[in-house]
Design a protein around this ligand. Structure first.
Ligand code: SF4
Length: 418
């Protein structure tokens, strides 16, 4: 089992960033950090876990010490890089268990994307369902449109995790301890995971959901990110909740994770105080998709306001206010945060057909006008976002959305491709 010279089994987890012209991702890989600190809490006496941001640093670590398990965070911002990396890593580590997780993989509870038949939850095998599987491992299939295409085109990948990875990854590590090899883990139908074994799909049962996010130790306070932050001067990002009750179809958060789960206010305050004292970068990013939706968001804003006044930390804040209100919360918070954060009201599109198609309900325009007027009266900067390339969006309709945003007198309009 693994390298006999090691005291513990070794897990390397990587959410890769392009780095040819400096790092393309300047923030900490938050999801990977949470997964790591949870795994160390549960299995820290058996395993050593390290996180990586670049391919080069991952390969250097592999050359020094061959890991038993390698996990990749697979997202829209690093998909091709990760697919190329997994081939190189497999060549160096023929016996390691390779795991993929991240928002490019369908969440548990949906039909495994791209699979030719509907796969029921907790199905151990689907014989003959994938008879026509064609492995094309000699070429880099890209783009990859679904789980099925991923695991057939990239047989280097042993197991994929659907949705939140904390509990499934611990399950994988426990199975590895028991079975001692990757084929044993692949066949074990670990909760929240799927694997392809001799041409049949093995799918584990529905994973338990961590409703109380405080069960995940802070990756900052536990030191998981210390090396990465020091090496790359990363902007720390935290989350105070997960999930979104809305269902915009272009977004993996709402369409996949409607269940809202939270950290306590005390947890977030302790984490921010740690960052103030231990991290050089004085910008803070909160990765919540709808800040202001919860009552505790106002209390956190009050805390951040007083911290900024007394300790000049953070000097800048990045977070998205909830586009759906409650607007009284958002007005209160925007007043408190006026020196740290613009009042952003994300539109994504203002084309009615597009909004209907992507199931997005924007803030009503008269409410936008009221919020802009409130912001101007209180010297608060305003901002919005538009996404190009959404369904039913033409160049003409996108241009009209932009002109409407300008007419609404919003100070900055950020435009990004889908
Ligand atoms: S409101 Fe935001 S987080 Fe929620 S589904 Fe829509 S885009 Fe995603």
């Amino acid at each position: 089992m693994g390298n006999s010279k090691k005291n513990k089994l070794v897990v390397y987890l990587a959410e890769l960033s392009h780095d040819q012209f400096g790092l393309s991702l300047r923030t900490t890989p938050l999801g990977l950090g949470a997964v790591t600190s949870y795994a160390l809490l549960k299995l820290g006496t058996e395993y050593e876990v390290k996180v990586f941001r670049t391919f080069q640093s991952l390969i250097e670590a592999i050359d020094t010490c061959t890991p038993d398990i390698i996990g990749f965070g697979y997202f829209a911002w690093n998909d091709y890089l990760t697919l190329v990396a997994v081939r190189a890593v497999r060549e160096k580590c023929p016996e390691a268990l390779i795991v993929f997780g991240g928002s490019n993989i369908s969440p548990y509870g949906q039909q495994i994307s791209g699979f030719p038949i509907d796969v029921p939850d907790n199905s151990l095998v689907q014989p003959s369902a994938i008879e026509s599987t064609t492995f094309i491992s000699d070429s880099f299939a890209w783009p990859v449109y679904g789980d099925y295409q991923l695991i057939t085109s990239y047989p280097e990948i042993d197991v994929i995790i659907h949705g939140d990875a904390e509990i499934p990854l611990v399950g994988i590590m426990e199975r590895f301890l028991e079975t001692g090899d990757r084929s044993g883990v692949k066949a074990a139908a670990v909760q929240g995971c799927s694997a392809l074994v001799d041409g049949t799909l093995v799918r584990g049962p529905k994973p338990e959901i961590l409703m109380d996010l405080d069960q995940i130790p802070s990756p900052y306070i536990t030191g998981v990110f210390s090396d990465l932050i020091e090496k790359y001067n990363l902007i720390p990002q935290i989350e105070t909740m997960r999930g979104c009750p809305y269902k915009c179809t272009f977004c993996t958060i709402g369409s996949n994770e409607s269940l809202v789960r939270k950290h306590s206010l005390d947890y977030s305050i302790e984490e921010i105080l740690y960052l103030k004292d231990h991290v050089a970068h004085n910008t803070l990013r909160i990765a919540d998709p709808n800040w202001g939706m919860l009552k505790k968001d106002i209390e956190l804003a009050e805390f951040i306001e007083s911290l900024n006044k007394e300790h000049n930390y953070p000097v800048s804040l990045r977070v998205y206010y909830s586009a759906g209100g409650p607007f009284s919360n958002i007005k209160k918070m925007a007043l408190m945060m006026k020196n740290l954060l613009p009042l952003n009201m994300s539109f994504q599109s203002l084309n009615k057909g597009t909004l209907k198609h992507i199931k997005r309900g924007n803030m009503p325009l008269r409410k936008v006008e009221e919020m802009v007027s409130f912001a101007k009266d209180n010297q608060i900067a305003t901002g919005t976002e538009l996404i190009s390339g959404l369904p039913l969006e033409s160049f003409q309709s996108f241009k009209e959305s932009f002109l409407k945003a300008v007419k609404l007198q919003i100070d900055s309009v950020f435009m990004g491709p889908l």
